[in-house]
Design a binder for this molecule. Structure first.
Ligand code: HEC
Ligand code: HEC
Ligand code: HEC
Ligand code: HEC
Ligand code: HEC
Ligand code: HEC
Ligand code: HEC
Ligand code: HEC
Ligand code: HEC
Length: 254
């Protein structure tokens, strides 16, 4: 059963402190369609130790500007309703601090082909509002998966990452971080393959379309196979880059 705040006051008036005490004031969770969840805490707002909430009583909020079970918009709040009675930059932090009330987290896309790709709300929120993305570009919560070809047509991240509003989709590693690959080779010295070095001259496709899978490779390639153009040998053939037939120590560190 719902307990109304007036019942609580009545309980206090009639001296039933134990009853009042036992009526623990719950946190209220607002579920918004476009901006996630907002949790309102009675206990933090009624803390007597905090100078700014010391004189806050039930009626500071439970008045005509904040009615239970009435939905308020941010526009209403800007006009002093609901949270906006105090969250105006004077009595409490301003409404412009969206993330103080609306909780957002870092999103991780598990992309099979490239490894995990993260989206940071906080980086983006430095220069934009929730409404720049929600819900025109993304619903909060899982959206239908989008591939890079669809992004190129302006979907998902591609709505802004088009080389104009923000960096282009061709800058793959800004969203898909890559790491070095080390090959442990007994007898011939280990080999470090550097993505970053090679990405100065190549895109992911130059190697991952035909030479390697993004999930790493299953079967080790021999030098004899490389001499026939496999793996590193596709380029390290003395024409495109130094050959695998010599230069052993440029790759194998001893
Ligand atoms: C800082 C503002 C604020 C103060 C102070 C405050 N409340 Fe609330 N109270 C709220 C908000 C916001 C809600 C949620 C309203 C809604 O459901 O739309 C709420 C809801 C409630 C509810 C309904 C809870 C439920 O589970 O639906 C009760 C009961 C209540 N308050 C009692 C009190 C009492 C008693 C006091 C004083 C001791 C008090 N409140 C002080 C803001 C406040
Ligand atoms: C009666 C004035 C008042 C009202 C109304 C009010 N707040 Fe606050 N709120 C404060 C004060 C004062 C603080 C202390 C922080 C500060 O000094 O800015 C605070 C702090 C907070 C905090 C940070 C502390 C915490 O609880 O985590 C959140 C979040 C918050 N308010 C959310 C809300 C929401 C959501 C509403 C509307 C449902 C609301 N407040 C309505 C006065 C108010
Ligand atoms: C003091 C806390 C607080 C702050 C700061 C705040 N909001 Fe809200 N917001 C709420 C609460 C609570 C609701 C739900 C109110 C309800 O349903 O009655 C809400 C609802 C919304 C909604 C759905 C209703 C609507 O207006 O369309 C959107 C969108 C939204 N907020 C965006 C924002 C953005 C963007 C910012 C920053 C500019 C922001 N909020 C700052 C507390 C806050
Ligand atoms: C630059 C675009 C962008 C902006 C700005 C943005 N978001 Fe998001 N948001 C996203 C993306 C992308 C996702 C992930 C959607 C998915 O999982 O398919 C997301 C997911 C969410 C989710 C669900 C995440 C979860 O925890 O499951 C919430 C809630 C959310 N956003 C709230 C907000 C709020 C509130 C703001 C403003 C304070 C905001 N967002 C601003 C892009 C944005
Ligand atoms: C509403 C426009 C918009 C959308 C949608 C958007 N971004 Fe961004 N993004 C920006 C802007 C603006 C910047 C900052 C300016 C810049 O660096 O070009 C940025 C910066 C970034 C950065 C650099 C962060 C840093 O640390 O410097 C990454 C990574 C990024 N976005 C990834 C994504 C991903 C992944 C998505 C899709 C899930 C996405 N963005 C959707 C506009 C957007
Ligand atoms: C702005 C950030 C961003 C940039 C730049 C970017 N991607 Fe992506 N990419 C993503 C996100 C986010 C996903 C996952 C989207 C989803 O699941 O909805 C993805 C998915 C993928 C996928 C799996 C889906 C598919 O298209 O097959 C591949 C492969 C991929 N990216 C490769 C690349 C390559 C190659 C580049 C450079 C040409 C690149 N990406 C540039 C963010 C980016
Ligand atoms: C010059 C060639 C080359 C280019 C260009 C290249 N890669 Fe790779 N990539 C490799 C090699 C070699 C491996 C390791 C294959 C193996 O397991 O032997 C690899 C492995 C990977 C792996 C698996 C790593 C692991 O932990 O197992 C991922 C993910 C990956 N690459 C992503 C990318 C992305 C994203 C791009 C573009 C931004 C890219 N690569 C561009 C050569 C390349
Ligand atoms: C798509 C072509 C391509 C592939 C595939 C490729 N490389 Fe390269 N690599 C180059 C080019 C071009 C250079 C720079 C030209 C030169 O130094 O001859 C280079 C340079 C290097 C260098 C020298 C870097 C430096 O710091 O000077 C090393 C080491 C190297 N590659 C290792 C590898 C290994 C190991 C593989 C296989 C796992 C590989 N490369 C696959 C094209 C490629
Ligand atoms: C462009 C870089 C590169 C050059 C140059 C190179 N290697 Fe390798 N080598 C590799 C990589 C990478 C592997 C591991 C391949 C794998 O596991 O898929 C390897 C594997 C090997 C192996 C173990 C597999 C086998 O074929 O038995 C031996 C031995 C070897 N290299 C010797 C040499 C010698 C000797 C030279 C010089 C004549 C040489 N390599 C030049 C990159 C290079």
């Amino acid at each position: 059963m719902r307990v109304r705040w007036t019942t609580y006051i009545l309980a206090m008036l009639f001296g039933s402190f134990t009853l009042a005490y036992s009526m623990e004031l719950k946190d209220k969770t607002f579920n918004t369609e476009k901006a996630g969840k907002v949790v309102f805490s009675h206990s933090s707002h009624l803390k007597k130790k905090n100078a700014r909430t010391a004189n806050v009583g039930c009626k500071s909020c439970h008045n005509s500007n904040l009615k239970e079970n009435v939905r308020y918009t941010m526009a209403d709040m800007d006009k002093g309703k609901s949270c906006g009675m105090c969250h105006n930059g004077a009595k409490a932090f301003a409404l412009s601090g969206c993330t103080s009330c609306h909780k957002v987290r870092q999103i991780t896309y598990n992309v099979k082909e490239t490894g995990p790709t993260t989206f940071s709300h906080s980086v983006h929120l430095k220069t934009m509002q929730c409404s720049s993305c929600h819900n025109a570009i993304f619903k909060p919560g899982p959206n239908k998966r989008v591939n890079m070809a669809e992004m190129e047509k302006g979907k998902s991240c591609g709505a802004c990452h088009d080389g104009k509003k923000s960096f282009a989709l061709s800058k793959c590693t800004r969203c898909h971080p890559v790491k070095d690959r080390s090959y442990k080779i007994a007898g011939a010295g280990n080999v470090e393959f550097s993505h970053v070095f090679h990405l100065d001259a190549y895109g992911c496709k130059d190697c991952h379309a035909h030479l390697y899978s993004h999930r790493g490779h299953k079967k080790a390639v021999t030098m004899a196979e490389m001499e026939k153009g496999k793996s590193c040998g596709a380029c390290h053939d003395s024409k495109t880059a130094f050959t695998v037939k010599e230069n052993c120590d440029r790759c194998h560190k001893v």
